[in-house]
Design a protein around this ligand. Structure first.
Ligand code: SER
Ligand code: ZN
Length: 483
C-alpha cells in the first residue's frame, strides 16, 4: 500500500513537461492487452531534469527515446510512477506495456463490462492504461488504433473521427481514430465489442453533417430511440441557447452495464450506464424517460463546458460540473415544465445536498484539499455548484449572462482553467463585481435566513438576517451574497 497523501489546492504547480501528441495502439486479447504509446514531449521547466509519469503497477515491456532503447539504469519504476532520468528539452518517447482488462475490477482504466471492453478515466484512470502525465492541464492530440478479433469485437471505437480500417489478418482487424481537439487524458475512451446500434444524423447550424450512433447490447436497439431523440434535442438547444455547435464528424454513445457513474463525457465517445440510455414504454416510467433526456444532454453539454474548456486541476471540478448541471436543468425546464423542473431540482438539493452540507463531510463547492478525488464527485460540487451558477445567471440577467458565456468560450477555448477564470468572464461581460460572491466557492454549509415582519404606524418592515454556519473545523465564515 502506498502511504495516504493529502493533496492541497495551494500546492498547485504548472506541469514541467507538455505532451504535444500521443499515438496509442491497443492490441486486445482474451487474457491481456498490449499498449504502445508514442508521445512527442516538450520540457516547459528548463530546470526539471527528470520526467516523472503517472502509472500504477506498471508491467513495462520496452522503453525508447528518439528510437533508442533506454537502458534500465536510466529509469526508475515505483508503485505509482515511471521516472526517466536526464531527458532532453524535446523528444519522442515510445512505451510498450501490458495490462489485464479482464482482471480489472476497479471500474477505472480499461476493463471489461460483460463481453465489452470499455474505459472510465475520470479522474485518474488513464494511468492504469499507460504511463502518462495524468492531470487535466496536460492536453494533447490523440490518435488511437484498436486491434482485436473481428468476430468477437466487430465494433472498435475511440475518440474523434474514424480514419482507417485495416484487416490485420484472417481473424483480426484494426481501426484508427483521430481526435483533432486537444484533450486531457481523463477524456480518453475506448470501446470494443459485438454491439447493436441505432444510427441517425444531425446537421449543425453551420451545415456540418454529424453521424450519430448509440451502441448497446444486441437486442436492445429498440430501447435507444428516446436517447437518440434527446441527443438531437440537446444539440439544437445548445446552438440556440449558448451558440455552441458540435465539432466532430461523429458522436458515439455506448451503453454498458457495469459503470460506476451515471455516464461519462469522453470526447466524441460518451460511455453510459445502460440505465441512462435504455427505455421503452412497456417498462420505463416518466421519471426514467426524463432522467435519460437529462443525462444524455448533460454529457453532450460537457463538449463545451468540460472538454473544449476543461479544469486546470481537480479542485476546479465544479467549473465543469456546476455549470453543466445548471445547463442540463435549464434544458429540461425548457423542454418540459419550468415549474415542475424547479420543484424537482430544489427537492433533490434539500434531500441530498443540504444533508451533506450539515454533516461532517460538508465542504465548499471548491474544496481546498483531498485524499482521494473519487470522493469529491458530490451533491455539493454538482448540485450546489449549479445553484451558484444559477445565482450568477440571476444577477447578470439572461442577456448579460449570454454575453458573459460567449466571452468565456472565446477567451478559454482549448485551455484548462479555473473557477476564477470563469468568474472573470462573468464579471467583465456582466459589468458586475463578484468579489463578495466568491465566498460561495470557498465556504461550506447552508446559510439560514431569519425573516421578521412588523407593521406599525402605517409602515410595514421586513427584516432578513443571515445565519452563517461555522466551517467543519469550527472556524467562523463570512456572509454570503444571497439571491
Ligand atoms: N463527469 C461525469 C459526469 O458528470 C461523471 O461524473 O457525467
Ligand atoms: Zn458532468
Amino acid at each position: 500500500m502506498s502511504e495516504i497523501k493529502e493533496i492541497y489546492l495551494h500546492n498547485y504547480t504548472k506541469p514541467a513537461f507538455y505532451i504535444d501528441s500521443i499515438n496509442l495502439v491497443f492490441d486486445l486479447f482474451e487474457e491481456y492487452a498490449l499498449v504502445t504509446s508514442m508521445m512527442q514531449i516538450q520540457k516547459s521547466d528548463a530546470d526539471e531534469k527528470h520526467l516523472r509519469l503517472d502509472t500504477i503497477d506498471l508491467e513495462l515491456i520496452s522503453l525508447y527515446i528518439n528510437d533508442l532503447k533506454v537502458d534500465e539504469s536510466r529509469y526508475i519504476i515505483e508503485e505509482e510512477s515511471l521516472t526517466i532520468l536526464n531527458v532532453p528539452a524535446t523528444f519522442r518517447i515510445k512505451i510498450e506495456n501490458k495490462i489485464y482488462p479482464q482482471n480489472n475490477t476497479e471500474l477505472e482504466g480499461l476493463y471489461k463490462s460483460g463481453s465489452i471492453f470499455c474505459t472510465q478515466n475520470e479522474p485518474e484512470g488513464f494511468r492504469r492504461i499507460t504511463p502518462y502525465l495524468d492531470r487535466p492541464d496536460v492536453m494533447s492530440v490523440f490518435t488511437t488504433t484498436v486491434i482485436a478479433d473481428k468476430d468477437k469485437y466487430p465494433i472498435l471505437l475511440s475518440n474523434g473521427n474514424k480514419k482507417e480500417i485495416v484487416e490485420v489478418d484472417e481473424n483480426r482487424q484494426s481501426v484508427t481514430w483521430f481526435d483533432p481537439h486537444k484533450k486531457p487524458s481523463y477524456l480518453f475512451a475506448l470501446v470494443a465489442g459485438d454491439l447493436g446500434s441505432v444510427n441517425d444524423s444531425y446537421v449543425t447550424a453551420s451545415g456540418e453533417n454529424v453521424e450519430l450512433n448509440i451502441y448497446c447490447d444486441l437486442g436492445n436497439e429498440s430501447k435507444c430511440h428516446h436517447a437518440m431523440n434527446s441527443l438531437k434535442e440537446a444539440m439544437l438547444w445548445d446552438e440556440q441557447k449558448y451558440g455552441r455547435e458540435y465539432d466532430l464528424e461523429i458522436y458515439n454513445i455506448v451503453a454498458v452495464d457495469s459503470f460506476n457513474m451515471g455516464a461519462m463525457e469522453n470526447k466524441g465517445l460518451n460511455i453510459f450506464n445502460s440505465a441512462y440510455v435504455l427505455a421503452d414504454t412497456d417498462t420505463a416510467s416518466d421519471a426514467n424517460f426524463m432522467g435519460i433526456q437529462s443525462v444524455i444532454a448533460h454529457e453532450y453539454f460537457h463538449n463545451w463546458t468540460g472538454n473544449r474548456i476543461t479544469c486546470r486541476d481537480w479542485f476546479q471540478l465544479t467549473l465543469k460540473e456546476g455549470l453543466t448541471v445548471f445547463r442540463d436543468q435549464c434544458f429540461s425546464a425548457d423542454l418540459n415544465s419550468q415549474e415542475v423542473q424547479r420543484i424537482e431540482d430544489v427537492k433533490a438539493l434539500r434531500e441530498r445536498q443540504f444533508v451533506e452540507d450539515a454533516s461532517p463531510t460538508s465542504h465548499p463547492i471548491q474544496p481546498k484539499s483531498y485524499i482521494s478525488m473519487n470522493n469529491f464527485y458530490t451533491a455539493t460540487v454538482y448540485e450546489k455548484g449549479a445553484e451558484v451558477i444559477r445565482m450568477i445567471h440571476t444577477l447578470l440577467g439572461e442577456e448579460n449572462y449570454r454575453r458573459a458565456t460567449d466571452l468565456y468560450f472565446e477567451s478559454f477555448d482549448g485551455q484548462a482553467v479555473t473557477t476564477d477564470d470563469f468568474l472573470w468572464a462573468m464579471q467583465k461581460a456582466g459589468n458586475i463585481d463578484l468579489s463578495a460572491f466568491k465566498n460561495w466557492y470557498h465556504q461550506s454549509g447552508t446559510p439560514k435566513l431569519e425573516v421578521e415582519e412588523s407593521f406599525s404606524e402605517g409602515i410595514y418592515s421586513l427584516t432578513l438576517t443571515q445565519k452563517i454556519p461555522n466551517a467543519v473545523d469550527g472556524s467562523e465564515q463570512k456572509p454570503f451574497t444571497i439571491l
